[in-house]
Design a protein. Structure first.
Lengths: 402, 202
């Protein structure tokens, strides 16, 4: 026990010593170099040997003489043009992406950056070795609320069936004990059950009850179906490319407007053209079969046939900019939490009643909009409630139907 | 009594019956009088299945604007601000992608850096730039981790770049950044330029 402890102490001590030597070599220059590196270089270069946009810089002080590094940082283009073999190899290896020149860095500053890179690599890697293994099993995906509901229902059903079986067996046993149906004792269960059902069906009260029940249920189903005509709530069509809004709008927080360019300016929300996909996917996930579909469409100059999810009938006019720009509504107030949807689904009913409801309840976004000043003034003269959309024609038939 | 195999079949039947009630997510449901639902005129964002447009290329209702034309939105009337937006945009369109120095020399922001304009620029920045360039322009947006190589606005190479440089970068792209001119209107690009100048100081 004691022995183990002492080895641990020795290990910790040596670790501390390592840190101490590392920080001792961490000079003033390197400290300045660190802030310069993080501000100017880190976007494209790692201090390790891992390549980012440009090469990883571990061991750069051994690879190249400092004079070369200084003149490269000052003007990489000139170095390439001068025919320097190493510079040209580098340029070609990294997809001919020219490095930004930093002519204002002094030689001391560049040396500081190199010192920082060396210091960063000299730092002990022991903590990383002790860190938990990277491969942690991903938590099982939680079932969606819909799936949960279904499971719950199935569970309830199973319990009900079990209770039914138990009750039937109790009735059976009780019957046997009371000896009233000794004849039945030998009959199989289903035969006994069918006889019971037949005798029940013969009862006129039960008959009437059943008819009323069937009529009621049938009536409800008919009315529900009739109300569902033309309503596409819950429509979540499969798209030609498995694009995930959850990933793009949720995890990566890309604004809706970035792709749906017309949403603040025009009638339609705009399905993005492929060049917008390419802003990122020229570099990201290039080998994915789904992304390859975009490349193929671009090469053949053919449109990607996305399936439109929100289909408002032609008899109703709707304008996005009116709602998003003037009304300052958030996208999710009609479209739901798109940033959580793997496949986009129509969340709102888009019925006229749904539109009208909102127009009755919503205050006009009149603040800082001189257009409404006079209207608000007139409205406030003979009303105590704030100016609602319905007060400015939000319920007029011809506003949306013409 | 009920034998176990029968009870299992009964249960399985009930469960299947319950699950099959789920709606088909690819189905739009019943439509009443679809001739009132579907537009008679050509809707650019609507294309009915099997309905090919006989006039436009690829049978699409949507079509590209004629090459070299300027949108009516950019029409320069008496409004002098609109006029200068238009002239700047026309100059910008003639500058080749790789000639950022021309933009630096030739383009000037028609907008004045008033607090309102900067605020409007911030809004546009949040919509079009923030996911890569980060809230403060440090190149640390959520997409930057995957895309890589997003520079810091306040870095020595970028902290002094002018209006034309930034406008050119948004419009035609630069380095790893691809052109965003088709997504952002000329006015909004100039607003973003104003806000990027604020971030250069940070």
């Amino acid at each position: 026990m004691f022995c183990k402890k002492s080895t641990l102490v020795t290990f910790l001590f040596s670790l501390a010593l390592l840190f101490a030597t590392a920080s001792a070599s961490y000079s003033q220059d390197a400290a300045e170099g660190e802030s310069l590196f993080k501000n100017n270089c880190a976007a494209c270069h790692n201090t390790s040997d891992e390549a980012l946009v440009g090469p990883g810089l571990k061991g750069i002080s051994e690879r190249r003489p400092i004079e070369w590094i200084v003149s490269w940082v000052h003007n990489p283009q000139a170095m390439i043009a001068s025919g320097d073999q190493y510079a040209n190899d580098l340029y070609n290896k990294y997809n001919k992406a020219a490095m930004t020149p930093y002519p204002n860095f002094t030689e001391g500053q560049i040396k500081g950056i190199v010192a920082y890179i060396d210091a960063a690599n000299a730092a002990p890697v022991a903590p990383a070795a002790g860190a938990a293994p990277a491969a942690v099993a991903a938590p099982a995906a939680a079932p969606s609320s819909g799936g949960m509901m279904e499971l719950l229902l199935v569970g309830l059903l199973i319990i009900m069936v079990l209770v039914l079986i138990a009750l039937l067996s109790i009735v059976n046993t009780l019957g046997k004990l009371s000896g009233t149906d000794t004849n039945d004792s030998g009959k199989p269960f289903f035969q006994a059950l069918s006889e019971n059902v037949k005798s029940l069906a013969a009862n006129s009260a039960v008959k009437t009850g059943m008819i009323v029940l069937v009529l009621l249920l049938g009536g409800k189903a008919t009315i529900d179906a009739a109300y569902g005509i033309g309503i596409q709530q819950g429509y979540a069509p499969e798209q030609p490319i498995k694009f995930s809004h959850k990933l793009h709008a949720g995890e990566y927080q890309i604004n809706c407007n970035y792709c749906h360019t017309g949403v603040y300016e025009g009638k339609g929300g705009n399905v993005p053209s492929a060049n917008i996909c390419m802003n990122c996917h020229n570099a990201i996930k290039r080998e994915s079969p789904e992304i390859q579909k975009i490349y193929r469409a671009l090469e053949k100059n053919e449109p990607i046939q996305w399936v439109r999810v929100h289909n408002l009938p032609d008899l109703a006019y709707f304008n996005h900019s009116q709602h998003t720009n003037v009304g300052a509504l958030e996208c999710k107030s009609c479209h739901g939490e798109i940033e959580k949807m793997e496949v986009v689904e129509q969340r709102s009913s888009l019925t006229m009643g749904w539109c009208i409801d909102c127009h009755r309840q919503t205050d006009v976004n009149a603040k800082g909009n001189a257009y409404y000043d006079k209207l608000v003034e007139v409205h406030n003269k003979d009303s105590k409630t704030p100016l609602k959309v319905q007060n400015i024609g939000g319920l007029e038939c011809s506003k949306c139907h013409y | 009594m009920l034998n176990p195999s029968k009870s299992i079949i009964l249960l399985a039947g009930m469960v299947l019956g319950l699950l099959s009630c789920g709606k088909d997510h690819n189905d739009t449901g019943t439509e009443f009088a679809p001739n009132m639902y579907n537009s008679v005129g050509y809707e650019p964002m609507t294309q009915l299945q099997g309905d090919t447009n006989k006039i436009n290329p690829l049978g699409m209702n949507m079509r590209l604007p004629v090459a070299g034309t300027v949108s009516r939105k950019m029409y320069s009337g008496v409004d002098s601000l609109k006029k200068s937006f238009l002239s700047q945009e026309l100059v910008s369109k003639t500058i080749p992608n790789d000639s950022i120095s021309y933009s630096e020399a030739l383009l000037n922001n028609p907008l004045v850096a008033t607090p309102e304009n900067i605020e409007a620029g911030k809004l546009q920045y949040e919509r079009f730039c923030q996911h890569c360039h980060g809230e403060t322009g440090k190149g640390d947006g959520p997409v930057a981790k995957a895309y890589k190589g997003i520079p810091v606005y306040s870095s020595d190479a970028l902290k002094t770049v002018n209006d034309g440089h930034i406008y050119h970068t948004i419009t035609h792209g630069k380095g790893r950044m691809w052109p965003h001119g088709s997504q952002i209107s000329s006015q909004n690009r100039w607003k973003i330029v104003l806000y990027v100048h604020e971030l250069q100081k940070q």
